[in-house]
Design a protein around this ligand. Sequence first.
Ligand SMILES: [Zn+2]
Length: 428
Amino acid sequence: MTKRAALYLRQSKSDDEGIERQTERTSALATARGWAVAGTYVDDDVTASKPRGPKTAWGRMLADSPELDVVIGVDLDRVVRSTRDLNTLIDHGLSLVTLDGEIDLTTADGEFRASMLAAIARFEVRRKGERQTRANAQRAAKGGVPKGTRLTGYTTDGAVVHDEAETVLALFDGFSTGLTLRTLSRDHDLTPSTVRTILMNSRYAGRRVYKGEVVGTGEWEAIVPGELFDSVARRLADPARKTNRTGSTARKHLGTSLFRCGECADRPTLRTAGSGGRYACIQCHLVRTMAPVDDFVLRLAEARLTQPDALAALTPDVDTDPLRDEHATLTERKATLAGLVADGTMTRDDVREAVERLNVRLAEIDRVLDSAGSPVALLTEEEQRSGLAALNLDRQRALIDTLMTVDLLRAPRGRRGFDPDSVVVAWR
Ligand SMILES: [Zn+2]
């Protein structure tokens, strides 16, 4: 059956391309695909930036959707303003294709999901980026307190929270005297990555930063002296320190011990083959080149994270009360252990070992409670802006592990290029 196409066009004052030209180009695409043009729908810019009710061309097009199969637009921005709009189209049984080729929901099923998700991801990131860049540039220029997630040590208005500020200062002091991130995280009940994030934040030195560059002095009170901040930054950047990190947690590849073999029944996780660059299954000798697989998985994960329900899907559904009780009990036990050393009941070494075990469990509980209390902690605004590719490997791996399972199949023989069907993703 011949597909029935709707041309959806948007009139804009600033547009260099008029409606006439948009009509010509979109109907040419319909002709090229062998589709019949069943209707032309034109909204103006003002309409498109407000909710588009039933009286708008958008509303009429949705009402006509039983008589339509596919919507043709010039580009994504002119047709939809959010993933919700895109979902609305899909819910009405409509496909969408744009002239610039950014999105094509009419292709075969296998490519469909990947191309749609990737397009949505680029779209959302671009829109957020544009809005926030404007707002942040203005704030930075004025020397105001940067907006966003509240920074430990400050209220959202930039006033110092004294007990938190003491912790922050203790972290800087401790690290500059040679304590490791691991030790500091244990002593202050924080994760090592939180400690690192704090140590890298120039705002504690009262410095105004925009896009990674110090652009001046802030109007808020500094918690850390500039010299101390700089010495900590030097030590963090020292490559000699990094090589001292234990190899067990520092992985070099995205999918090693994470992606699974889709060819073996028991789904073993994959190893890094030889000197790297490829994943391998030690049971069936499946071998896959890393780069295209990693790229595909990251794009899918990023697209998933921009879906409206992503945070809900990522928020662990846990009953926190028993965990809070356990946390209190363990903390109390820690205190008791210290007393046993004091009165000679236990040796210092015995106690140290016991405390370490308690700390491991406490850290686990903290992680669960953190993510249960604030799902946003899973992906900060800044991380959403910069995109998954900009995150460090540990963070990428943790997100992927939370979001999905990835099973690799053998790449089909004789096929050039990457085949998305050879990567089987199941969302958690
Ligand atoms: Zn295998």
